[in-house]
Design a protein around this ligand. Sequence first.
Ligand SMILES: [Zn+2]
Length: 245
Amino acid sequence: MRVSNGVEMLELEAEAFGGKIVIHPTLLWDDQEAILIDTGMPGQFEALVSAMNRVGISLDQLKAVILTHQDLDHIGNVPDIIKATEGRVKVFAHECDKPYIEGDLPLIKTNPKRMEKILESLPEDQSRIMLKLCENPPKANIDALLSNVQELPYFGGIKVLFTPGHTPGHISLYLKKSRVLIAGDAMICMDGNLRGPVEQTTLDMDTAISSLETLLAYDIDSVICYHGGVCNRKVHDQIESIIKN
Ligand SMILES: [Zn+2]
């Protein structure tokens, strides 16, 4: 879905944790190059590349991947992207999620210990697949660290906004030219309405809500939520009401 000129919200359907989920990486591009924000669940590499191809972008044009955070459904296909492009694609993330993405620490939410209960509740074959994934998650070296209010000089300026809470190193991205906010999992969208982050998967809810306050300083026309898609109605008011409630 075209959100703005050069801003495409992709759509991938994934099997995860015993259910189907639809997730939304974002592709930024011009006639020279492209940047992908988040990459889907492990095993979705081909679906991801097809979704990019439908926008008219090939892997050859991809310059960088920006990860909003360490969760499995965001980092899933980084290793395949790096392999397919022979390491040419650079990977950016925040310092606080770097050791998890690089595999120095187990992913916070899907480490096998924490997953025990969830895995038990799944049918055996699915449980086995998920356990294997949790024991051996995708890993990738981070080529550059992103910090709060840093501006990346691509596509008219990409402002990095540190929005911790969902994970310690969660970031959102504000596209200055199109006034689009890529919120990652800092918020979700339901029926066109913005909601706060999902409580069950947010590590520090208080921090996550105060992170939303920093977004109020920006003039946002549309928000792309990784879960739920685009919201473009009275964004400022909606974020304010999430914070208040
Ligand atoms: Zn997440």
